[in-house]
Design a protein. Structure first.
Length: 421
């Protein structure tokens, strides 16, 4: 009897010991909460599950927020009140900058300095540099390009270009004009200000003497070229008509009514959907037009991941971010996202973003466009200046004022703005 009692005590002690060991191991697990604006089913949840399976000591939970003003306010309140946010993905550079200035995000300079960004992300990373420092690692290439109807080129015996200057774009548009297409070229009306940003891509909006650079010769060339495409050549929709009729140029391109459409990776979801947008032509790609002798516009790099300042686990958070940028992003490729990190399998991701419709694309030109070099980040002026630029160039494209008056007005407004800073 005494032996049985002894055995029972030993067994009970063994069970207690095992439980204590389990508790000890459980207490060693770091739990991180990762907030982002991408729907979980579009890849982030799959990435997190893969990480959790491979890293039992660091477990991550994905929390999706809606990427709109209310959703971003919710994020900021959560960080301000110390809610459980360890890793944050910012989608708007403006929201990100405010978070940096509010002290919500850790300075990552010791992990991602200028050399790191230049080697692994490229010039597009400059968009996420605030006061000379990086507080985030951008993870997604939101490529910008011109989509080309290959049939339109083949019918005119024109080779698919590898690059285009602004002047060459106009020449090409006139060569492609045909009764088969309503327009040879189009872009989204809301992106018309990109002409001016592109014009000062290497020089910036402000000259070395502190005055406005909106009288740069490229500004005049860009605006005049697009005016002529609209009004003289009739190769491009007139801006006023495009806006007044809510012209869906993206659909018109997919319907074979426009030969060239300036857009970006955000339109691939539509062009991949052959059930809703059937087409009988292949799409080729070329980088955005650039000005002769100047850089081309760099692809946008977005989905910037930061370590929240209040986390207790900054090293573990960085371990996950580093993995996500190089490996985890592959789970998002079928949804249209290509990893920005140079160490990631970007070529493989590009195949995944057109999976199911790959036969309808010129994949060589897609790869070439994604890998375009000699690019620079499109500069962005303060929103007050950008709003005024939009107003003035719309007046010009409407024919309400001359190019000289347009440039003079923009320069005066900008100089007045600079004088108040």
């Amino acid at each position: 009897m005494r032996g049985k009692k002894s055995l029972l005590i030993v067994l009970m002690l063994l069970v207690v010991s095992v439980n204590l060991v389990g508790i000890a191991f459980a207490s060693d697990v770091v739990n991180l909460r990762f907030w982002g604006g991408v729907p979980a089913e579009n890849g982030p949840q799959a990435a997190v599950e893969k990480w959790n399976a491979e890293n039992p000591h660091i477990q991550v939970e994905y929390v999706r927020y809606v990427n709109n003003p209310d959703g971003n306010l919710r994020v900021n309140i959560a960080m301000q009140t110390g809610d459980d946010v360890d890793i944050l993905m910012s989608h708007s550079a403006n929201d990100y900058e405010q978070r940096v200035l509010s002290g919500f995000l850790l300075d990552l300079t010791d992990r991602v300095d200028d050399d790191y960004m230049a080697a692994y992300i490229g010039s597009g990373a400059l968009r996420w540099k605030v006061d000379g420092k990086y507080h985030a690692l951008p993870t997604n290439i939101n490529a910008i390009f011109v989509m080309l109807n290959e049939d339109a080129f083949a019918n005119k015996n024109i080779a698919i270009p590898e690059r285009l200057t602004v002047a060459e774009l106009r020449t090409l548009a006139n060569e492609l004009k045909s009764g088969d297409y309503e327009y040879a070229f189009a872009l989204d009306a809301g992106n018309i200000h990109g002409i001016v940003q592109n014009a000062v891509i290497d020089t910036g909006f402000v000259k070395e003497d502190g005055t406005s650079n909106l009288d740069h010769p490229n500004v005049r060339e860009g605006l005049e070229t697009y005016y002529k495409l609209m009004h003289e050549d009739k190769a491009m929709p007139v801006l006023a008509i495009q806006k007044a009729t809510n012209m869906a140029v993206e659909q018109m391109f997919l319907e074979g009514k426009i030969a060239m459409y300036q857009a970006g990776a955000w339109r691939l979801r539509m062009s991949n959907d052959l059930a809703q947008y059937p087409r009988d032509f292949r799409i080729a790609f070329v980088p955005y037009p650039h000005f002769e002798g100047y850089s081309g516009p760099a692809h946008h790099v977005e989905d910037a991941m930061s370590i929240v300042a209040t986390t207790k686990y900054s090293d573990e958070a960085w371990e996950f971010i580093d993995w996500y940028a190089q490996e985890g992003m592959m789970a998002l490729a079928p949804g249209g996202r290509v990893p920005a990190h140079a160490s990631a399998p970007q070529a493989e991701a590009r195949k995944l973003i057109v999976q199911g419709a790959e036969e309808t694309y010129n994949l060589e030109s897609l790869d070439r466009t994604y890998e375009a070099d000699n690019t620079n980040l499109l500069p962005t002026p303060p929103y007050q200046v950008l709003d005024y630029i939009n107003q003035e160039i719309e007046k010009y494209f409407l024919g309400e004022q001359s190019i000289d008056a347009t440039i003079a007005n923009m320069v005066k407004f900008h100089n007045d703005f600079l004088g108040r800073q």
